[in-house]
Design a protein around this ligand. Structure first.
Ligand SMILES: [Zn+2]
Length: 408
């Protein structure tokens, strides 16, 4: 379930309630006996720690009935994470539209809404409206505001995940350094009456990659997702965790310089960026110049869906240009899966990517590579944002503090 190594305190008798929870959640140990064996804790200590997790409502008995215990003796009751004791709110912001949902703790979407939300209107307007959406969605699920444990937000720009603020975003004017967490928590309180809950923010391509890797390719230890919508970005998941680099800048491939773009000004202010010639925004501009009404990546997606011949031709050409850059990405990272997502993800673009990728990359780096489109479709970012919140809140290092706050 989590690809992260678990520190079990094996043999030291020191494993915390949080570490027991992690063992159960990852299904590495789901009976009292297996937990004793995995941690070296005594039967009584395992019992006390599980007791607290039960009182918090975080654990329940498994539906499957008793199983044989590794310690012998009577068959034992299985334990599982209770994914219904709270819900997560998640949203995926794109430049001109957004998607929001209420999710269970295991990532099931309980209620969902998508609509127009324009990031250029600025964070105060956008996050206020998002709070209203969340209020309506919660009402639909019949869950109270007190059941919300946290909010995850995916944004189309680079994020400092320590502060939850976007950093010099090329396509989010007015958002640079803005305190997203406080504003969204306040909007949520205004519209639901919920007490302030943790708000976590990350880049959309990172969260899409995280959502897709966990749900579709949990055993893939090197996973790359490229989102091609109005801009271009990539998310990299290594050994089950998002690889962000030192400053959160890993994967920002849209602003790699390519010779074909030398004369084209990018929205970041530079000339020659990949995104300036091969993104959904760039394709929309080329279409508009040819008299086809298109202003954004989502307009291009609609044209592609109807098989518009000029859109198809330009998407394939954009795919070739992105594929050329991806040959370098694949050579550097040697991923098992390269997933193409976003407005342009479809056969013409993918065909273009494959043409250049296999031509330019070393055979060794593509021998076991799957080039695929997103499995969760439009929902990858939502699922990834929800999972980020759950992994953060139920991480062993945070469990003790949260249990104490609950008074158990
Ligand atoms: Zn640029």
């Amino acid at each position: 379930m989590t690809g992260r190594p678990v520190r079990t305190g094996r043999g030291t008798g020191q494993a915390s309630a949080g570490e027991l929870l992690e063992l159960v959640r990852s299904r590495r140990a789901v009976t009292r006996g297996a937990l004793q064996q995995a941690t070296g804790l005594s039967r009584a200590t395992v019992g006390q720690r599980l007791d607290r997790l039960f009182r918090a409502g975080w654990l329940r008995e498994g539906a499957g009935g008793p199983v044989d215990s590794p310690l012998g003796g009577r068959p034992s009751i299985t334990l599982e994470f209770d994914d219904e004791h709270a819900v997560v709110l998640a949203s995926d912001l794109d430049t001109r539209h957004a998607r929001a949902a209420v999710l269970s703790l295991s990532g099931e979407i309980l209620a969902e809404h998508s609509g127009t939300l324009v990031v250029e209107d600025g964070p105060d307007v956008v996050l206020g409206e998002l709070g209203r959406w969340f209020g309506e969605l919660l009402e639909k699920t019949g869950r109270g505001a007190e059941s919300v444990c946290g909010v995850g937000l995916a944004v189309p720009g680079p994020v400092d995940t320590e502060t939850g603020r976007v950093v010099q975003p090329p396509i989010m004017p007015g958002w640079d350094g803005y305190d997203i967490r406080s504003r969204l928590a306040r909007a949520l309180t205004e519209h639901t009456g919920a007490a302030a809950v943790p708000v976590l923010v990350d880049n959309d391509a990172n969260l899409m990659a995280y959502g897709e890797q966990r749900t579709g390719y949990p055993d893939c230890s090197a996973f790359v997702l490229v989102k091609v919508s109005t801009g271009i970005g990539a998310g990299v998941v290594v050994d089950g965790a998002v690889f962000r680099g030192i400053d959160g800048g890993a994967g920002d491939i849209g602003h790699i310089r390519v010779p074909e773009g030398a004369q084209t000004l990018c929205r970041c202010g530079s000339y020659g960026c990949l995104a300036a010639i091969a993104s959904g925004g760039a394709v929309a501009r080329r279409l508009a110049e040819a008299g086809v009404p298109a202003a954004s990546g989502s307009d291009v997606r609609d044209l592609l869906a109807s098989g518009h011949p000029e859109a198809v031709g330009l998407a394939r050409e954009a795919g070739r240009r992105v594929g050329d850059v991806l040959a370098t990405v694949v050579t550097l990272l040697n991923p098992g899966v390269l997933m193409i997502a976003g407005d342009l993800a479809g056969t013409p673009f993918l065909t273009g990517v494959r043409e250049l990728l296999y031509q330019r990359a070393l055979p060794r780096s593509t021998a076991h590579l799957d080039v695929v489109t997103a499995r969760l479709g439009e929902r990858s970012g939502l699922v990834g944002a929800g999972a980020m919140v759950v992994e953060h809140l139920y991480a062993p290092e945070r469990v003790e503090e949260r249990l104490r706050a609950l008074g158990v």
